[in-house]
Design a protein around this ligand. Structure first.
Ligand SMILES: Nc1nc2c(c(=O)[nH]1)N[C@H]1C(S)=C(S)[C@@H](COP(=O)(O)O)O[C@H]1N2
Ligand SMILES: [Mo]
Length: 198
């Protein structure tokens, strides 16, 4: 009798496992299908010469700022440099594109404080900040995210990855606390633009 019960329990457990696993796979497929693929999603393959043309030796901080800045890796090194551990670049699709052990950079907040956003009184806070690359890839931040939210302590302009200068240009904008870090990882960085919401 006891052996029969034992076999019955084993069989039930086996069928439960069998029924549950394909369900999980289906859920995963559905969630990755939510991101529709268009031609715009494809990365053009550039020749080494063409990708060199995308490199900027300085980034321009401009727009609604009192001081327009031209920042090089050397000028970033003179600012307050932070070290980031274990920074992963994850695409919107979920694919891990980079897995850095250690990176060095400067807070975007410190750069914007140096440039001084032109604010007209303390209620004038509706600004957006665009990090733009040479290929016109861009990421957008808001004044509130940078100056009144923990995101401000997690948004950097990087110049070093794993002890070496960054690849794909000299500086990269990143936001460490984004869920998927790929979208606001801007390489070939060319400018940081501050605009007031009209
Ligand atoms: N300048 C620039 N930055 C970019 C992109 C781009 O096309 N151009 N692609 C983004 C995307 S979609 C991802 S997932 C990450 C990593 O992209 P990679 O696979 O080209 O390294 O960088 C982001 N930064
Ligand atoms: Mo991506």
């Amino acid at each position: 009798m006891k052996i029969k019960n034992f076999i019955l329990i084993l069989l039930t457990a086996f069928f439960c496992v069998m029924c549950n696993s394909p369900k999980k796979d289906k859920e995963q497929i559905i969630s990755s299908e939510k991101v529709s693929k268009t031609d715009n999603d494809k990365h053009p393959v550039l020749t080494p010469a063409d990708s060199l043309k995308m490199v900027n030796h300085s980034i321009e901080v401009k727009g609604d700022v009192e001081n327009t800045l031209n920042l090089t890796v050397d000028s970033l090194k003179k600012m307050k440099v932070a070290t980031l551990d274990d920074f992963k670049v994850v695409c919107q699709s979920g694919e891990v594109k980079k897995d850095n052990k250690v990176c060095k950079g400067v807070l975007l907040k410190d750069i914007l404080e140096k440039a001084k956003i032109k604010q007209n009184g303390h209620k004038d806070r509706n600004f957006y900040i665009v990090a733009r690359a040479s290929d016109d890839y861009k990421a957008t931040f808001s004044w509130s995210e940078i100056f009144n939210n923990p995101t401000g302590e997690n948004t950097y302009i990087l110049f070093e990855e794993n002890g070496k200068p960054v690849k794909n240009g000299e500086m990269i904008a990143i936001c460490k606390n984004d869920i998927k870090t790929g979208p606001r990882h801007v390489y070939w960085l060319k400018s940081i633009e501050v605009y007031k919401v009209k």
